[in-house]
Design a protein around this ligand. Structure first.
Ligand code: AMP
Length: 196
């Protein structure tokens, strides 16, 4: 797989703290596509005190998912932007079965998703990582209680999506533990053999 390959549509999944954001930027950069993080868009709206941000914040602060209608509408708008035309990487979307259905509808243009990269990691290790990040970044959703709730919500609502995408032959499971560069290599190797 070469970096000038066009039309890449990638979904990146994994539990909170598995390093999705970091890997998303590297992969997207490699393929020349935007990394679209719903968490980042929500956080920007919270910071900007927009209507969307005010609505989303109470869910985020509790470690719960923002309602599907709000999230879906936001992603629909984002994917309609011209920079998403040649492809995109979705970081943190879809996270519920209803979002999968909605995304299927948005992508019903003959260019389905190429790959769903799932980062796997030990949940206690992730909780430790997130607590450390909380100290550095001071995110409101990084208290221990909320961190644990976010892991639960992932297991309950998002982990089942892996089976749905596996049924479509799209899942590439990657061990997300270890050095950032090592994980990046695993992802590129796996994407290449999947494409090959
Ligand atoms: P993240 O940075 O991706 O972990 O997202 C931070 C928070 O934003 C999540 O805990 C949710 O409250 C909210 N969020 C992000 N993406 C979604 C989504 N696809 N569906 C619902 N809520 C989301």
């Amino acid at each position: 797989m070469t970096s000038n390959r066009t039309g890449m549509r990638i979904i990146l999944m994994g539990p909170p703290g598995a390093g999705k954001g970091t890997q998303a930027k590297v992969i997207a950069n490699h393929f020349g596509i935007p990394a679209i993080s719903t968490g980042d868009i929500f956080r920007a709206n919270v910071a900007g005190k927009t209507e969307l941000g005010v609505e989303a914040q109470r869910y985020m602060d509790a470690g719960e998912y923002v309602p599907d209608e709000i999230t879906n509408a936001m992603v629909r708008d984002r994917l309609a932007q011209p920079d998403a035309e040649p492809g995109f990487l979705l970081d943190g979307y879809p996270r519920t079965l209803a979002q999968v259905e909605e995304l299927d509808g948005m992508l019903a243009d003959g260019h389905p998703v190429n790959a769903v990269v799932v980062l796997t990691a030990d949940s206690e290790e992730l909780i430790a990582r997130l607590l450390q990040r909380a100290q550095i970044e001071g995110r409101a959703d990084d208290t221990e209680e909320v961190i644990r709730r976010r892991q639960e919500v992932y297991t309950e609502q998002t982990a089942p999506l892996i089976e749905v995408y596996a049924g479509r032959g799209l899942v590439v499971e990657i061990d997300g533990m270890g050095e950032i560069d090592a994980v990046t290599h695993r992802i590129f190797d796996a994407l290449e053999s999947q494409a090959g």
